[in-house]
Design a binder for this molecule. Structure first.
Ligand SMILES: C[S@+](CC[C@H](N)C(=O)[O-])C[C@H]1O[C@@H](n2cnc3c(N)ncnc32)[C@H](O)[C@@H]1O
Length: 365
């Protein structure tokens, strides 16, 4: 070790298997430097950052790190700085999402000191200026029940994803970060880069019916990829953002939007139908709870041209994968006198404990 080594470059070298014990011991001595990362020195050893040479901890050597890396603080570090106990830290949230300038976080019901959580999250994410405690969405209109816990309290924002710009107010309309890949995929399928292509008679731009358009979650990436989209949305607030977003993304010529129940929109012979909604809870024939979006399948079959594709979203218990969603699709096809083939099926995200948000891509003849 050189004499003039600045103290924040110092590291104690230990064998990998004894690293955890050495960190505990360095912490107990008061020389462990929690602001820097532990780095691998060679195959068998790691360099533990220290603020001075250890006196009581057994180490192989003390060296100067050539390229010390600062450790990014974590939420728990920032809460610990605010005096949180280990019991309180165990109740802190472990995941959140930044949507535009709004950070949304699902808080455990027992989480203490919400405002401090919000302030610490803003410290971690300089790009956000408001923190919203996410209370989930409810009802047919998928209205969120969040509340602001920190920041300036501005919940209206513009979120950009794969080049698509979504203006929205997170206190008024839903946005599901977990559907990000599916939103991108809908743009890619229309562009012909991913997923099943329609085999209809239409030689022009793809014609799409987005039955549950929301603020344009799927409509916008599909329109940007060149589709002509008929979009239905029943919630007036979501509809207002849908129109605004068509302008924002310069796709007004590709989007024909209706503030209506999708069952009342007259659409036929489309190449693709998107059913991006799994419905509200209702009681099933056998008395179990279920979600009713499959009741809209008849509308989808009325709209799709022979050879077209329907993307059916569903919330399905693990134990009913894939028989329930596929059974419902086949039942609806039978009622409509159409043939169906499931060309792809995938899990989008976990919907709730033991329940998956899934999508079936269905070719309809
Ligand atoms: C795109 S979001 C759902 C996103 C997510 N896949 C889910 O299921 O929670 C569903 C949208 O459908 C709208 N909606 C519900 N029923 C509708 C109907 N019958 N016709 C048109 N839009 C409807 C809701 O207002 C909401 O904005």
């Amino acid at each position: 070790m050189s004499e003039d080594a600045p103290p924040n470059d110092l590291a104690a070298l230990v064998e990998k298997p004894s690293a955890e014990a050495a960190i505990d011991s360095l912490q107990a001595e008061g020389v462990y430097d929690a602001d820097r990362k532990v780095t691998e020195h060679d195959d068998g050893t790691v360099a533990l950052p220290v603020t001075g040479p250890p006196q009581e901890t057994n180490v192989l050597d003390v060296m100067r790190q050539t390229d010390p890396e600062l450790r990014a603080p974590e939420l728990n570090d920032l809460l610990a700085d605010r005096g949180w106990t280990d019991e309180e830290l165990a109740l802190a949230p472990s995941s959140w999402a930044v949507i535009g300038s709004v950070l949304t976080v699902r808080l455990n019901g027992d989480c203490p000191r919400e405002e401090e959580v919000g302030e610490a999250l803003l410290e971690l994410h300089g790009e956000a200026d408001t923190v919203l405690a996410d209370g989930g969405v409810s009802g047919i209109h998928r209205e969120p029940t969040g509340r602001v816990i920190a920041g300036i309290g501005e919940t209206e924002t513009i979120h950009t994803e794969h080049g698509t710009r979504y203006a929205l107010d997170l206190a008024e309309v839903m946005f599901s970060p977990g559907n990000k890949a599916e939103r991108a995929r809908m743009g890619s399928v229309v562009a012909g880069n991913d997923g099943p292509e329609p085999e209809t008679d239409n030689d022009g731009p793809e014609r799409v019916f987005d039955m549950f358009a929301g603020i344009g979650y799927f409509t916008l990436p599909m329109a940007r990829a060149g589709a002509q989209v008929t979009a239905a949305e029943i919630n007036p607030t979501a509809y207002r953002f849908l129109i605004e977003n068509a302008v924002l993304n310069d796709v007004t010529a590709n989007v024909e939007a209706y503030r209506a129940d999708c069952r009342d929109v007259d659409v036929s012979d489309v190449d693709r139908v998107v059913m991006g909604y799994y419905g509200v809870e209702t009681e099933d024939e056998d008395g179990s709870r279920s979600l009713e979006a499959h009741e809209f399948l008849d509308t989808a079959f009325d709209a799709v041209a022979p050879g077209g594709i329907v993307h059916v979203h569903a919330a399905t218990p693990d134990s009913r994968l894939w028989d329930r969603p596929i059974g419902r699709i086949e039942d609806a096809a039978g009622r409509a006198g159409r043939d169906v083939k499931i060309v792809e099926k995938r899990r989008v995200k976990s919907h709730s404990e033991g329940v998956w948000h899934v999508v079936c891509d269905v070719r309809v003849r």
